[in-house]
Design a protein around this ligand. Structure first.
Ligand code: G3H
Ligand code: 13P
Ligand code: NA
Ligand code: ZN
Length: 328
């Protein structure tokens, strides 16, 4: 069954667990998430970026979610727009059956330029009002994701902000968060605490100066009933880096967000945990392994099935560790 983000995160708050939000671009990722959820009885958040929507087509995505909810009737599914950049992105998602949207007004509609606070409040409040008319949930974001080590916003994947930012922009201000939630009426608030998207988050195992979990604790103390969202929450496990590099990859050593830090966040109001990179790495490692071990292989299923299984195992681990398991 399809449920909204609000319904799911209210339940998560009541029972003290977090929910991973995994990105989908194709059938195999959808099946991997749902197989993992079924194996441990977890509710799911599946999210599609603007890039995913143009890759897979809105109609394909909508029918895939129909299929997944029919194949796995006992698993509650929230279908969420990841990083909506304007009103049209959010409204067209809802029209295609998404039950939740993120209006990311921390950046301008180009998804590169940091936005002013008043721009963010105005566009997020507008989207929340419209989405709530039709029963969909809304996630807003306050603070720009980026590295406290370098001051760069969105260092890795080229769709980030420009120029060097200060800690005031890279860390969400707790008092401003109180004002933002009151004025926008969002159902969930994404915060900035030093994480960034992609594999290259930290050059060393993060400590409190570069991964500011204390900011989450401060925000939760001021907003104890607000559902918090952590973006850029892949852990970039060493094992997945090793598989990729053992089979011809050349990923430089990097560090993600340790799962223990996310568990700490979940104790302080974090309810939605966005993970894409770890799933990509789990799949890509298997593609490389099969290609190198079986150079005569050319059946896509022989690549995709092990990739799907690796992503399923990753998803299941996060459901177990975030306490989502058992709550479907
Ligand atoms: O926002 C980041 C997610 O990992 C989605 O990435 O825009 O390449 O689909 P994407
Ligand atoms: P990762 O790149 O750390 O997986 O973050 C994904 C994300 O925040 C999607 O919105
Ligand atoms: Na999102
Ligand atoms: Zn994100």
């Amino acid at each position: 069954a399809r449920i909204t983000l609000r319904q799911l995160l209210d339940h998560a708050a009541e029972h003290g667990y977090g929910v991973p939000a995994f990105n989908i671009n194709n059938m195999e990722q959808g099946l991997a998430i749902m197989e993992a959820a079924r194996a441990c009885d977890a509710p799911v958040i599946i999210q599609a970026s603007r890039g995913a929507r143009s890759y897979a087509n809105d109609i394909m995505l909508a029918k895939m979610i129909d299929a997944l909810t029919e194949i796995y009737p006992d698993i509650p599914v929230c279908m969420h727009q990841d990083h909506g950049n304007n009103e049209a992105t959010c409204m067209t998602a809802i029209r295609h059956g998404f039950t939740s949207v993120m209006m990311d007004g921390s950046l301008m509609a180009d998804a590169k330029t940091p936005a002013s606070y008043e721009y963010n409040v105005a566009i997020t409040a507008r989207v929340a009002e419209m989405a709530h008319w039709v029963g969909a949930s809304v996630e807003g974001e306050l603070g720009v994701l980026g590295s406290l080590e370098t001051g760069e916003a969105e260092a890795e994947d080229g769709h980030g902000a420009q120029g060097k930012l200060g800690h005031d922009q890279l860390l969400t201000d707790p008092d401003q968060a109180v004002d933002f939630v009151a004025r926008t009426k969002v159902d969930a608030l994404a915060i900035a605490c030093g994480t960034s998207h992609g594999a290259y988050k930290f050059s060393r195992k993060p400590t409190g100066d570069i991964l500011a979990m204390s900011v989450i604790e401060e925000i939760h103390a001021k907003l104890p009933t607000v559902h918090l969202v952590m973006h850029g929450s892949s852990s970039v496990p060493q094992e997945l880096q090793d598989v990729i590099n053992r089979y011809g990859g050349e990923m430089p050593q990097t560090f993600g967000v340790p799962v223990e830090e996310i568990e700490r966040g979940i104790k302080h109001g974090v309810r939605k945990v966005n993970i894409d990179t770890d799933c990509r790495m789990a799949m890509a490692g298997q593609f490389r392994k099969i290609a190198q071990e079986n150079p005569r292989e050319f059946d896509p299923r022989k690549f995709l099935k092990p990739a799907m299984d690796a992503m399923r195992d990753l998803c299941r681990d996060r459901f177990e560790r975030f306490g989502t398991a058992g709550h479907a």
